[in-house]
Design a protein around this ligand. Structure first.
Ligand SMILES: Nc1ncnc2c1ncn2[C@@H]1O[C@H](COP(=O)(O)OP(=O)(O)O)[C@@H](O)[C@H]1O
Ligand SMILES: [Mg+2]
Length: 245
């Protein structure tokens, strides 16, 4: 492989490694835009399925077992339709400050990552404090933060059979905290100071960009929050997000 630096238009040298990462990010961004279109297309057929199923269920003399199947079709289509709407909203570029229910946001992201957890046989547990107040912040940024941290935890438990625990609680009188604990391989002492650095990754090419925690930390600080990590090699990892009320 040729490892000499590549030049781009402004004539600043970038390493082949950085080029690979930028190219990968760019590809994923394009894919994201295409997926948003596909997801949008899914909305119409899903609504048709939901309303047709509901019409059938209102018919007289439909056998009980058929009703049961139709009702499952209806509820699954409704779930998909809510997910695609959520996905569209999340993919938007707008920064919208609103009143956010942190527990609902966590459940939204978990719905999303259901498949990622299931294919690694990971058990996901939540302990969400229902007495928490609404938070005034950018909901999409919060989703991105949660997605990054939880996806990292799932990837860390690649070998399967892991456990993920997500808790919400009051931190103090003017902030709440979210803790995300996995029982994956943990982070060695020599890497823990570097995980928030731009482009720091221990993942294979194409699997990690090293931007997740860098972006997460900056988004959080931007909204007046903080992130803490505690981990031991072999002993799992806990990330704590502190968010202002
Ligand atoms: N839950 C975790 N368990 C073990 N290591 C982790 C965990 N979360 C993050 N890391 C480490 O931090 C690094 C940086 O994470 P991140 O910035 O999200 O980049 P990426 O996921 O693209 O590698 C990861 O490559 C991994 O080594
Ligand atoms: Mg990551």
């Amino acid at each position: 492989m040729n490892d000499s630096p590549v030049r781009h238009s402004s004539d600043a040298a970038i390493s082949p490694e950085l080029l690979r990462q930028l190219a990968y990010n760019e590809k994923m961004a394009e894919l994201g835009k295409i997926s948003a279109g596909v997801v949008h297309e899914l909305n119409t057929p899903l609504s048709v399925i939901v309303s047709a199923a509901q019409l059938i269920m209102r018919e007289d003399g439909v056998p009980e077992n058929v009703l049961e199947m139709i009702s499952r079709i209806s509820s699954e289509a409704l779930r998909l339709s809510q997910m695609t709407k959520g996905l569209l909203h999340f993919s938007s570029h707008d920064e919208t400050i609103s009143e956010v229910d942190i527990n609902l946001t966590i459940n939204f992201i978990l719905d999303f990552l259901n498949f990622e957890a299931a294919r690694r046989s990971i058990t996901v547990l939540t302990q969400l404090d229902s007495s928490l107040p609404f938070l005034r912040l950018d909901a999409n940024a919060l989703k991105q933060i949660l997605l990054n941290i939880i996806m990292n935890a799932l990837q860390a438990m690649e070998l399967g059979g892991g456990k993920l625990l997500i808790e919400t609680a009051h931190e103090d009188s003017d902030s709440v905290c979210v803790t995300i604990t996995d029982n994956g391989p943990g982070i060695a002492d020599e890497s823990i100071e570097r995980i928030f650095d731009r482009y720091y990754t221990t993942k294979k090419d194409g699997e990690g960009t090293g931007l997740g925690l860098f972006v997460t930390k900056n988004l959080l600080e931007n909204m007046g929050g903080k992130i803490r990590v505690s981990s031991r090699a072999g002993g799992g990892t806990t990330f704590t997000l502190v968010l202002p009320i």
